[in-house]
Write a protein that binds this ligand. Structure first.
Ligand SMILES: N[C@@H](CCC(=O)N[C@@H](CS)C(=O)NCC(=O)O)C(=O)O
Length: 212
């Protein structure tokens, strides 16, 4: 059984966005059961949790006695157990892994750079930096939309790459103007979110915040 760390509580704006959602979604797509280790913010600093996640972040997971951190690594590891997430043929597999890294290392870097402005509202430097960060997100989204073209998913089938890409695009949920400008990406994100496995994972994360 997989054990996945998750926060007991986060503010409303972060509910449905915490990165354990990616791993929950992968488990649901792969049909693998998991349980959560719900931690509070104080637990992040303990040696017991740092042994799971050296930076005190969520998520971390344990499966078959092996502890892992970094949501991308976990999703890939779960993908290895399911052809729904990672095609068996070498080309399909290589392309899926390329998109997984692209989501984290090209798109998320841009999106998170912009997203971090939220935490610095009112600070002097924000107004000066904002246009550049906005432009960077717009540029990457346009390039991603071109790569997607008129396909349903980034490759022939849904993969770990789409799973990660959709969760990265969701970081922009409170700034709908970005995806409104790229209707194909907006439809793509909605298509990914409509998958029953995503809906189950999202509900599970939200339900976990209600546990007392
Ligand atoms: N690169 C890490 C990022 C994890 C991350 O940013 N987690 C956030 C929640 S979504 C967190 O734990 N933030 C609290 C902190 O950084 O102390 C991953 O993908 O697993």
């Amino acid at each position: 059984m997989i054990t996945l760390s998750a926060f007991k509580w986060v503010p409303d704006f972060a509910r449905g966005q915490v990165r354990d959602l990616r791993v929950r979604w992968a488990c649901e797509e792969a049909g693998l059961p998991y349980k959560t280790w719900r931690i509070g913010f104080d637990d992040k600093e303990t040696a017991a949790y740092r042994a799971w996640q050296p930076f005190g972040q969520v998520p971390a997971m344990e499966a078959d006695g092996i502890v892992m951190f970094e949501s991308g690594a976990m999703v890939l590891q779960i993908g290895e157990r399911s052809e729904v997430l990672l095609p068996g043929d070498p080309k399909g597999r290589a392309r899926a892994i390329s998109w997984l890294f692209c989501a984290l290392n090209t798109i998320e870097v841009a999106v998170q750079g912009y997203g971090d402005l939220f935490f610095h509202k009112g600070e002097d430097w924000v107004a000066a930096r904002r246009p550049q960060l906005v432009e960077n997100v717009q540029k990457r989204l346009k390039q991603l939309a071109t790569a997607l073209g008129d396909k349903d998913y980034l490759e022939e089938q849904f993969t770990v790459g789409d799973l990660m890409m959709a969760t990265v695009l969701r970081i922009l949920n409170d700034d709908p103007e970005f995806l409104d400008a790229e209707p194909a990406l907006k439809a793509y994100k909605a298509r990914c979110e409509a998958r029953p496995a995503f809906q189950k994972a999202l509900k599970a994360q939200l339900d976990d915040f209600e546990v007392r």
